[in-house]
Design a protein around this ligand. Sequence first.
Ligand SMILES: [Zn+2]
Length: 597
Amino acid sequence: MTYSEQWDLETIFKGGLASPALENRLQALGQQIPVVLKMTSDWQFVFDEPAFEQMQAITTQLQQIESGLKQTGSFVNMIQSVDERNQQVAPMMDRINQLQNTARQIDVLLTKKLVALTTEQFETLVSQPAFAPIQFNLREKRQQGVDLLDEQTEKLLDQLALDGLQGWSDHYDTIVAETQIPYLDQTLSAGQAQNKFESDPDSKVREVVFKNWQQTWDRFSPMLADTLNHLAGFRLTTYQAHGTTDFMKKPLEYNRMKPATLDAMWSVVSQNKAPLVAFLNRKAALMGKKQLAWQDTWAPVVVDDFQMTKKSYDEAAEFIIAHFRDFSPKMAAVAQTAFEKRWIEAEDRPGKQPGGYMTDLPETNDFRIFMTYDGTPGGVSTLAHELGHGFHTMMINQLPGWRQDYAMNVAETASTLAELIVVDATVNEAQDRATKINLLDQKITNAIDMFMNIHARYLFEHRFYEMRQQGLLTPDDLKGIMLSAQKEAYADALTDYDPLFWADKQHFFFDDVPFYNFPYTFGYLFSMGIYAKAQSVPHFEADYIALLQDTANMSTEELAQKHLGVDLTQPAFWQAAADSIAKDVALFLELTATDLD
Ligand SMILES: [Zn+2]
């Protein structure tokens, strides 16, 4: 055995939650935050060197504070990930959250100061050489800060949000914790039931579990409809208070993108359903059905006497490093370092939380990956995915903090790209037909999620917000909107849908980010475009790294124009990605043609 499957957290803060180094860092932050708050409050624009230097000190220190909070918060979160019942985590997290709230006040204050400047004053300030690396970020703060109300009102809104927006989101989690889905003589948690109806190889089992799943959510639907209505109502009222009735303004602003880009992306998605419908129909035929039902769309296609080939952790590491190297030697080097220095927690053992993530550590200039590796091709691609995030981190961690603060739509670029490299290598490596079919099935199912499932979420949420502006919606209204959104997004290719998806999908209930859907499809298609470009351009590595370094330095449209030479508001770029999915489907149809009766 070469690589350890347990991560090393001791090099971050030695001694776990009781670490003296962690305690010192938190105390230092506790002292620094009020000092910078005072500095910001005292700052006034004067056309002289000391005022500029003072502003430089404020922005530098605020970014240091934010890095410190990220470093300590990530550390505590990681401890919880491997020890989910640890009682010490909650009080420690609360302490960090309190510090975070005060640090946010500095940001609001700073933003207000920038907004208050005349255009001439602002331009004079940001043209100082010291602000060159963060000029975009300061401009963005000023631009978005225009809508801010007076400090008292903003503070009041934040306080009300604790019992409003956040309160409703927490309430959703409470309801979900109470849901139990009956199955035979057992009761399943929501997570277990979902796993079962999505991946059980037996179509009858999937059908029964899904039916029980629906009945359970239906019983809770009046409470969940209240929750969803009030979450959206709180948001709409807050938007209105800030002078807008356009509910897409904030979601697009978060992702630094234009409405025209979103429209171009969805119109290409809408016009390219045909290959995916052909895939779904073939999959149905292979399962002996005329059409698939909702719960069948994730189920694996099994032909011949298929046996899943598994890779040991060491084998996966060697495989990933080797295929990364073909694309970018620097990417391979980052992966190798992560394996060698134990930046990855991958062991399958009790007490760990489900899921996987990469977290960057700005003060030690490294990162950690959390996951549970199971040896399947899915496990290998998850590992590659998280290492892609890690590579992004290592390419930007010498930049100022704000320049590392990329949006959700580009956050998945490096990860999806890394995943594509490894998934393609796995498909190419597959010797027998059955394995190839299985891997292509997984790859195209992922595309179905992006082109159909996520599309349905967006269509639903958009229509819901539109109607919510007129008043409250009943559970039946919501079911109706969801059903028509799913039929449209899946091009009527299924026999049954999930009209309660608005209730059973947590993403609709997040309090921090509205429209937590289109950035997924964006990130997926964007990285496919980059992947296609990488295969046609020699020495793409340097261009790719330059793109990553600009991810929090310009709008998404500018990023694509500068580094890929493409216009995201036009369909051509998106179409290229859709064509590459159609190619996978064509191969799948060819390989499975002989399995039909
Ligand atoms: Zn990711």
